[in-house]
Design a protein around this ligand. Structure first.
Ligand SMILES: NC(=O)c1ccc[n+]([C@@H]2O[C@H](COP(=O)([O-])OP(=O)(O)OC[C@H]3O[C@@H](n4cnc5c(N)ncnc54)[C@H](OP(=O)(O)O)[C@@H]3O)[C@@H](O)[C@H]2O)c1
Length: 477
């Protein structure tokens, strides 16, 4: 089995074994016997498929893989922390690391991947800063993200968080990760861990020529999730055309549809590995998946696959958007399995018919201003920079700073009942000598649909490190 280096001291098998499926097997509350399930995974380790992907919410998966690793050694344990949105706390981060260490029966987690729910709330960055402290203390070997989009992966890295990987959906059905995400990974040397590569098994010979299944509990959770991707990509008939095209490539190469689907993603430049889901004790696909190392996709095969993918509708947006906005491409079609509510990023105070939001910077109190003020249906957001928690978010990169500022404005608006969609005017101040174009492009990316009136000026802003300042006015409809 091919291997890839994710970061110093952490080499993984390029086909990783995913254990979200354990939570599905435990659907209804009946936990798997961890000893039996761990034993069922021995053949994976024997075959060199010895890197396991888990999460805090994958049922007993962490416990099972911990038992396996304790017996076998040379097993890599990758897990995730997916806390509900809300303010970060040192206690919660420490408890999450403790719990994972305990369930994995280890004293150091090989890779801890963080899932950000909302960029409008800087709690996602605060949590990364806390996890970086645990990494520095040796309790985590490496930090990763999951379902993070390109803009925010870039932002976190430029802020100094030592991220080695981002786990995202990447398949013949969903090529979002091939765009800006792969460019950001290339620039920073970050690796992608791809999931959904087999669309829960739909991208395999078993489903070629079969009738469209309803999205209901007769499917695995994984199939329910990717049936929604099929709908977004143009429906079952067009998906069958994709399967047919992949089968023709597979016929010529003497391999399976699943092999071609995995090899296509493994060959993408930013991809370190594909995470293939396994159901311990159920059908094993080890033999078939081992064939991946024994063939290559030639130019004709690659051309045929690109053409087949181009015939589908692209999945809209960037990586992870399916967890942040409709249509939610999750097993349940919403976030009910994950989130109870999204708290307002900042508390609003009311007085004299005016609502105000402060974001906790020292200067809001000292200079006597609020981040945002709402009077009637209008919200005015003060000049906002990329300073947060004593740091400059985005480093010296004007585009990354601009994105954080827009997130901060979004958070202030949300706290007062508005959103970025309500903005009718922005004013952008760029520090003398700083290139204006990346700032304008970042503004363009975020406001492409909203298109507020805008002014962009050069200014001698008050801090050498804060390259950009933006103020905004919104009118609620
Ligand atoms: N970060 C995230 O948000 C996120 C989201 C989803 C998944 N993941 C990770 O990715 C892992 C994979 O999950 P997934 O939902 O994306 O599923 P997947 O890997 O696309 O599909 C897994 C299913 O494919 C089938 N399969 C595997 N190898 C095969 C082969 N060679 N030929 C035919 N069928 C084959 C098996 O189905 P049968 O068991 O029916 O045979 C298996 O259960 C998860 O366990 C998890 O670790 C992460």
């Amino acid at each position: 089995m091919e291997r890839a280096l994710l970061g110093p001291g952490l080499e993984v098998s390029r086909v990783l074994t995913g254990l979200w499926q354990v939570a599905d097997q435990e659907r209804g509350g009946r936990a798997l016997d961890p000893e039996v399930a761990a034993r069922a995974l021995h053949p994976h380790v024997d075959a060199g498929l010895c890197s396991f992907d888990m999460a805090d919410h994958y049922g007993s998966a962490e416990i099972i893989a911990g038992r396996l690793a304790a017996r076998r050694g040379n097993v890599q344990l990758l897990t995730k922390w997916v806390p509900e949105p809300g303010p970060a706390s040192a206690e919660a981060a420490a408890a999450a690391v403790d719990r994972a260490l305990d369930r994995l029966s280890t004293d150091r987690i090989d890779l801890l991947q963080f899932h950000p729910w909302s960029y409008a709330d800087p709690g996602w960055l605060d949590n990364l800063f806390l996890l970086a402290e645990h990494r520095a203390a040796g309790r985590i070997l490496h930090l990763g993200l999951t379902n993070c989009d390109a803009v925010h992966l870039d932002m976190a890295i430029r802020t100094g968080v030592p991220i080695v990987s981002n786990q995202v959906c990447f398949s013949l059905l969903d090529r979002r990760a091939a765009g800006a995400m792969s460019r950001v990974c290339g620039e920073h040397g970050v690796k992608l861990l791809a999931y959904g590569t087999l669309a829960g098994g739909l991208l395999s010979d078993r489903w070629l020529g079969r009738a469209e299944p309803a999205i209901d509990e007769s499917l695995t959770w994984s199939q329910m999730k990717y049936r929604r991707f099929v709908d977004q990509a143009g429906g079952w008939e067009r998906f069958q055309a994709l399967l047919g095209a992949v089968r023709r490539v597979a016929d010529r190469l003497g391999v399976s549809i699943a092999n071609v689907a995995c090899r296509y993603v493994l060959d993408q430049p930013a991809v370190a590995g594909v995470i293939v889901g396994a159901r311990p004790g159920k059908r094993s696909h080890i033999e078939d998946n081992l064939r991946l190392s024994r063939f290559t996709l030639d130019a004709d095969a690659r051309r045929a696959l690109e053409a087949a993918c181009d015939a589908l509708d692209p999945i809209a947006g960037d990586c992870g958007d399916e967890y942040r906005r409709p249509p939610f491409l999750t097993a349940s079609g919403d976030l009910s399995h994950h989130v109870t509510h999204f708290p307002a990023p900042w508390p609003a105070t009311l007085g004299g018919g005016v609502a105000r939001v402060s974001t906790g910077t020292p200067w809001e109190a000292l200079a006597g201003y609020s981040r945002a003020v709402r009077k009637g249906d209008r919200i005015h957001v003060s000049g906002t920079t990329s300073s947060h928690a004593g740091r400059v978010i985005g480093g010296r990169d004007p585009a990354a700073q601009t994105h954080f500022i827009i997130d901060r404005i979004d958070g202030a608006l949300q706290s007062l009942g508005g959103s970025l969609e309500d903005i009718v005017r922005t004013r952008v101040f760029i520090r003398d000598g700083v290139d204006w174009e990346p700032v304008a492009r970042a503004h363009g990316l975020r406001f492409a649909r909203v298109r507020p009136a805008n002014t962009l000026v050069r200014a001698n802003t008050v801090d050498d490190d804060l390259l950009v300042e933006i103020e905004a006015d919104a009118e609620l409809s």
